[in-house]
Design a protein around this ligand. Sequence first.
Ligand code: SF4
Length: 373
Amino acid sequence: MSSLPLVFDAPKRGLPPRHLADLSSDERAAAVAELGEKPFRAKQLSHHYFSRLTVAPEEMTDIPAASRKRLVDALMPPLLTEVRALACDDGATRKTLWRAHDGTLLESVLMRYPDRATLCISSQAGCGMACPFCATGQAGLDRNLSTAEIVDQVRSAAAVMRDGLMVDEAGAPSPGRLSNIVFMGMGEPLANLARVIRAVRRITDPAPAGLGISQRSVTVSTVGLAPAIRKLADERMQVRLAVSLHTPDDELRDTLVPVNNRWPVSEVLDAARYYADTSGRRVSIEYALIRDVNDQPWRAELLAKRLRKHLGQLVHVNVIPLNPTPGSQWDASPKPVEREFVRLVNAGGVACTVRDTRGQEIAAACGQLAAEG
Ligand code: SF4
């Protein structure tokens, strides 16, 4: 399959105007020159945005006022406005609902742990993948996010951490550093591949060209768009790939993850193997455990068998207890069933653990806050 179907890339509303964070360093220098400004102004602007994490013109005092206005008007249009931020886990988790320039809603979730701070970001507003157990999937795709809209979620969270607005393990607010990024908020990142790749570069380029987060600390997730997995691999980046498999058999996966009708399990796992071989990194397999749907012992055994065959040791399974949406027919598996599932996958020779499900009490399963908003 050479290209992705058009439906994956069919925004209903418009992307925001061009922003500094959409552009590479060279493109920024060219854009500044087009405005008749000195090339080094591009570096100054980048320093404010990516190193000082500010978008406030009044703080950019090293740029003369007239130039500042011209540059900010042209290259730093407002992107995201905070609608609300909800805290849970005693302040160690913070979920933010954003409104984009055209009213589009999106969200990100910041989670502070003793050894790291992880931000879960959205790559699309809504999602076109239609997984039946997911709140975002029910509402459909609103539009792709621009590169800068993806990056700006990270810039804001980095500022929240730096400014000491999150509590630490001692339960007190204190400054920290945003260390990890996961593309596991709203949307299918690989359905917005070109912008996601650019966003990863902005997030991981050393400051002041980018935000300076290590590529190894970035995870891109997918439901399994096999050709896009291969394209991402060919970027030769060090980001981790997470594949939301949710079941090892095509029969059930065709309904749980409808895109499986296009790229079945074996094609997805072959693409994942290509990614692992190219990047040298283990692939994460995400498995939302759903009561009486995909939690049977035989599925655990089949999962281990298929993963061993396709990925050998280059794989780790994350079991995610399903966060049920209100009124949904889908529910999490009972704990003994979950434990047995994990045991069987490990016994089958594949590393498997249960993922920490932070933020559940503020409905942090993907899309739920925006759905309520
Ligand atoms: S589970 Fe992920 S891919 Fe599926 S509909 Fe929800 S956001 Fe989209």
